[in-house]
Design a protein around this ligand. Structure first.
Ligand code: ADP
Ligand code: MG
Length: 481
């Protein structure tokens, strides 16, 4: 197969984290009983009039600022007309030819650690979501839930500046991180708060014209996007290799089969009969409003990473890992206020905390959710640093804390886990181990110094991890000299 260059552009829909919908006062809450958050406006009943939700505008402004966009003081809402059961009005209100913001960029770290790739943001606009067709609620029938109809979205459209599925994924991760930090969206992918349409074409490496693209619609996982793009690149390559031409079409990703399937031939924007919504005046945002949003913007990932490095003297690696997600950074900063050794705190978060998040699929969406609060972990770190428990016992205690939500000192007291520093008891264990290993003792004395670790291990096992390792080392050295 010839190697082509892949060209990728992404359209990302994020649900803005407002309490209410885009054009009416219904709750925009996920998970309520079907069709309970609806009213004449989002049901599209005759005579009902939409009113813009100012919170949604402010959140979209935040995103536009975070993405370095030019914000337009006047933008327009249009009607995008199409028929679908989950779209009761028969049109979606969206911004079309005059979006809220254009011309931004996001710098994505390169695959190979080289210079970041600048991905230009073509536009960011406001729109409302459609309802949801549910195919698994009623046997043999499709049900419609309109709670989502009218929920505010920002659509963020990139220029075709990405060149590989891995790069597309890196862009999405960075975008999600930015939106979480800016508190624009909860970006909860399982709940569909962030959905991606991925556009991809291929071309000969030296070619400057773009090839014909296909678009894979509506994916809510980054690995799905990556796989779908790889699948499409391979499929398109096979077509060109066989002398064929790629058809401009819209596809659906079937994660079960790991296949993209054609959904429809590509619609053009004129198919949607866009026209300005006569019920909505132009959206006007003042320079003052934009500046107020800019000033109130929460600290963004890059700034936070640099601050963590400087303020707590952390290595770049630590600062990067700790700020990858806003919630981890919040957790770390809550912890480090209570723990004098910032690097020790970082080791605990980067190690046991993040490991348990991965292994147990625990949510660390906010510090409260996590079974071991920052204060509870700080107590445990204190017990390790003052020598009450050894580091390895500390790790076990942490696991118990995760399981039981009990405090570290409770678990240590109840389990009799305090480190043993009584020299009589330690000497007893050391003697027993040396008596059990006469041959190793001889070898050690003949010069095999590395056997010390072996004796250490034995003593630690005998003490069930409770012996104070420093004292044991000294005792062993003395007895073996
Ligand atoms: P459409 O009208 O089909 O929606 P647009 O030009 O509006 O296409 O672009 C939609 C998305 O597709 C953008 O993210 C853009 O970067 C990307 N895109 C456009 N042309 C191509 C192409 N030839 N190959 C890959 N991506 C493309
Ligand atoms: Mg499109």
């Amino acid at each position: 197969m010839a190697t082509y260059e892949a060209v990728i552009g992404l359209e990302v829909h994020v649900q803005l984290r407002t309490a209410r919908k885009m054009f009416c006062r219904d709750l925009a809450r996920f998970g309520d009983a079907p069709n309970t958050n609806v009213c004449p406006v989002c049901l599209g009943l005759p005579g009902a009039l939409p009113v813009v939700n100012g919170d949604a505008v402010n959140l979209a402004l935040r995103a536009a600022i975070a993405l370095n966009c030019t914000i337009h003081e006047v933008s327009l809402f249009s009607r995008k007309n199409y028929f679908y059961p989950d779209l009761p009005k028969g049109y979606q209100i969206s911004q079309f030819d005059r979006p809220l913001a254009t011309g931004g960029h996001l710098d994505v770290p390169a695959d190979d650690g080289g210079r970041p790739v600048r991905v230009r943001i073509r536009r960011l606009h406001l729109e409302e979501d459609a309802g949801k067709s549910l195919h698994d609620r009623l046997a043999g029938a499709t049900a419609v839930d309109l709670n989502r109809a009218g929920v505010p979205l920002a659509e963020i459209v990139s220029e075709p500046d990405l060149r590989s599925p891995a790069q597309a994924r890196a862009y999405l991760q960075l975008l999600k991180q930015l939106l979480e930090y800016a508190e624009v969206s909860d970006c909860n992918m399982e709940e569909g708060s962030l959905r991606v349409d991925a556009n991809v074409s291929i071309r000969e490496p030296a070619e400057s014209e773009l090839g014909v693209k296909t678009e894979v619609k509506n994916m809510n996982s980054f690995s799905g996007v990556e796989h779908a793009l790889a699948f499409e690149i391979e499929r398109q390559s096979a077509i060109l290799d066989a002398g064929g031409t790629v058809v401009h079409e819209t596809m659906l990703w079937d994660a079960g089969r790991q296949q993209a399937r054609p959904m429809r031939s590509k619609e053009e924007s004129h198919d949607y009969r866009y026209f300005p919504d006569p019920d909505l005046p132009p959206l006007v945002v003042s320079r003052e409003q934009i500046e107020a949003v800019r000033i109130a913007l929460p600290e963004l990932p890059y700034a936070r990473r640099e601050r963590l490095r400087e303020r707590y003297g952390l290595p770049a690696l630590d600062a990067g890992v700790l700020t990858a997600s806003r919630w981890v950074a919040d957790y770390y900063e809550a912890l480090v206020r209570l723990v004098p050794d910032a690097k020790a705190a970082s080791n605990w978060v980067m190690g046991p905390v993040l490991q348990s998040v991965n292994d147990r699929k625990l949510a660390l969406r906010d510090c409260e959710d996590f079974p071991v609060s920052a204060a509870a972990l700080a107590e445990l770190i204190g017990l390790v640093s003052d020598g009450t428990v050894s580091h390895s016992v500390g790790r076990d205690v942490f696991q118990k804390m995760l399981d039981t939500r009990r405090s570290a000192s409770d678990i240590v007291t109840a389990g009799g886990l305090s480190q043993v520093r009584d020299s009589g008891q330690l000497a007893e264990w050391v003697e027993a181990v040396l008596a059990e290993n006469p041959r190793e003792v001889e070898r050690y004395r003949a010069g095999e110094a590395k056997l010390l670790a072996h004796f250490m291990g034995q003593v630690m096992r005998k003490s069930r991890g409770k012996a104070d390792p420093h004292q044991v080392t000294e005792l062993l050295r003395e007895r073996l000299a």
